[in-house]
Structures are given as C-alpha cells and as structure tokens.
Write a protein that binds this ligand. Structure first.
Ligand SMILES: NC(=O)c1ccc[n+]([C@@H]2O[C@H](COP(=O)([O-])OP(=O)(O)OC[C@H]3O[C@@H](n4cnc5c(N)ncnc54)[C@H](O)[C@@H]3O)[C@@H](O)[C@H]2O)c1
Length: 266
C-alpha cells in the first residue's frame, strides 16, 4: 500500500522531465496514485514526456488563462476519471519585462500577465475542478518564499505573495467542503522556469546563496524533498492542515545571514 493508493491526482505544469510537476507525478505514482496531466500549448511534447513516467499518464490541454478551456476541463478530465482527490498547481510565468531587475519599468500588461498566470490561476484551476472534488480533496501549489525580495524575481515575487494569500482565501472558502489548500515553498531547483530568471547580477543563476544559507544545505538538482512534501500533502497524513506554507528549502527561510554551523549537505 502506498501513501496515495486509491487516489487520483490532476497535475499541471509538466513541460520537461525536470519540471517540478514531473517529479511530483513520478513520486505520486510511486506511492500508488493515478495521475492525469495537463499540458500548456505543446501538448504532444507533454504527451511524450508523460510516457517517461513509471505509468504513462493521459494528458489534456490547459492554458490556465483560457476561460473556455477551464470550463471544459471537468468533462475532459472525466474521460479519464470520475473524481479527483488532489490537484497540483505548478504553473508560473512572467514576461521578461517583469523580471531581471526591470521592476520599476514593468507595464501593467506585463504585471497582469504574471498575476493572471501565476496567482489568479490557483483560484481559477481549483474552482473549475470543484465538480470532481465533491468528496473533499487536497490542492497543492508551488511557491517561492514571498516574505522577502529576491534580486531578479521582481513581479514574480509579487505574484507569489499573491499566491500565498490566494491559497489562504481558498482554504477559508473550501474548508467546509473538506478541501485543503496548501503551498510548498521550494528552494531553487534547476528547471526551465528557474533558468529564465537570473539574479540580476549577470551571474545567470538564481539561488540567492541558498546552499550556504540553508542549515541543512541545498542541492538544486535534487527534486525529491519537494516532490515528497507534495505527496505528503496529497496523502491522508495532513488531514487538519490547510492554508499552510510548508518550506522545503533546507531551512534557508529560517536563517537571516548564515547558519551557526556550516551545512553538512552541499
Ligand atoms: N524551479 C524553482 O526554483 C522553483 C522554486 C520554487 C517554486 N517554483 C514554482 O514551481 C512551479 C513550477 O515551475 P518549474 O520550476 O517546475 O518550471 P517549469 O518551467 O518546468 O514549469 C512551469 C510550468 O508552467 C506552465 N505554464 C506557463 N504558463 C501557463 C499557462 N498559461 N497555462 C498553463 N500552464 C502554464 C509551463 O508550461 C510549465 O509546465 C512554478 O509555480 C514555480 O514558480 C519553482
């Protein structure tokens, strides 16, 4: 018996094998879950990636900003399952003009795109799938700690602050239906989205000195801790937790400048 045996999850956000969503889908299947994926735009590419999971997963198209695709999503998901126990929101995008130190010059259109795709979409995705979660469920979103600024993150940081609040409001509105809504605030991981964000210092990296600050150390190529945290939140192990942000970042969020001792794991 796995932690997710008997559960069916809808997982957004797979675009490569190094997408956090792909790693969550793999870990969820390893714990017995059935998985349905959504793909944005390049569906045939996502279908190819989906075949590399332990169990090939069906893919249905979803642009989280497209009202029509959201409204037809439940019927398209019903082609694969009659109910969902969990939904992973692993979607974010900000135009180049909203990142990389351009905060002061970002136009409303650029900021609006970031907020639509990365923040409002948590409400839009969750509410569109309520017909499939009439027996409760668990919604998990991917966050990047929004309690500070991060060089280069700019309007994506604003979008993540909004995502944190959005998750709390959703938790408040959906608790009565037995639906939990939580975020995993991951440390930096080497994915396509992360590679589009530089530290604004020309270094081409965005990790804010994480591996030095995190008391437990941090390896941006190891997705397992983040994937496992998502699995745990989808499981029945957290029945009384909602509106929460679980930091899976080696402990970096808890430390101001550097840990008292050199991290053991690098
Ligand atoms: N990589 C990191 O360091 C890191 C750290 C903390 C949180 N996160 C968050 O994890 C999530 C997944 O990002 P990732 O790092 O795996 O990168 P990724 O590029 O693999 O995933 C981003 C996904 O967003 C999808 N997407 C973009 N616009 C969309 C739209 N309009 N509709 C539907 N899907 C759309 C892309 O197709 C892609 O699958 C994001 O919310 C990101 O902010 C990433």
């Amino acid at each position: 018996m796995g932690l997710l045996t008997g559960k069916t999850l809808l997982i957004t956000g797979v675009i490569t094998e190094s997408s956090i969503a792909f790693q969550v889908a793999r870990a969820a299947q390893e714990q017995g879950a059935r998985v349905v994926l959504t793909g944005f735009g390049r569906v045939s590419l996502v279908e190819r990636i989906a075949k590399r999971l332990p169990e090939p997963a069906p893919v249905t198209e979803l642009d989280v900003t497209d009202e029509e695709q959201l409204s037809t999503l439940p019927d398209r998901v019903r082609e694969h399952t009659d109910r969902l126990d969990g939904v992973l929101h692993s979607v974010a995008y900000a135009p180049p003009g909203a990142l990389d130190g351009k905060f002061l010059d970002t136009t409303w259109e650029e900021a609006a795109t970031a907020l639509h795709v990365s923040t409002y979409s948590l409400q839009a995705l969750t509410t569109s799938l309520l017909p499939l979660m009439d027996r409760g469920g668990s919604v998990v979103g991917l966050d990047f700690d929004a309690s500070h600024t991060w060089s280069g993150y700019d309007w994506m940081g604003v979008a993540k602050a909004g995502l944190e609040s959005c998750a709390r409001y959703l938790a408040s509105h959906l608790g009565a239906r037995g639906i939990r809504v939580n975020l995993v605030a991951a440390g930096p991981l080497s994915t396509l989205a992360a590679r589009n964000i530089s530290a604004g210092d020309g270094s081409g990296t965005f990790d804010g000195g994480w591996s030095e600050r995190a008391p437990l150390g941090w390896d941006s190529r190891n997705f397992q801790p983040v994937a496992n945290a998502c699995v745990a939140l989808f499981s029945d192990l957290f029945p009384a937790t909602t509106g929460e942000i679980v930091h899976v970042d080696g402990g970096a969020h808890a430390v101001g400048d550097r840990p008292a001792h050199t991290p053991a794991v690098r």
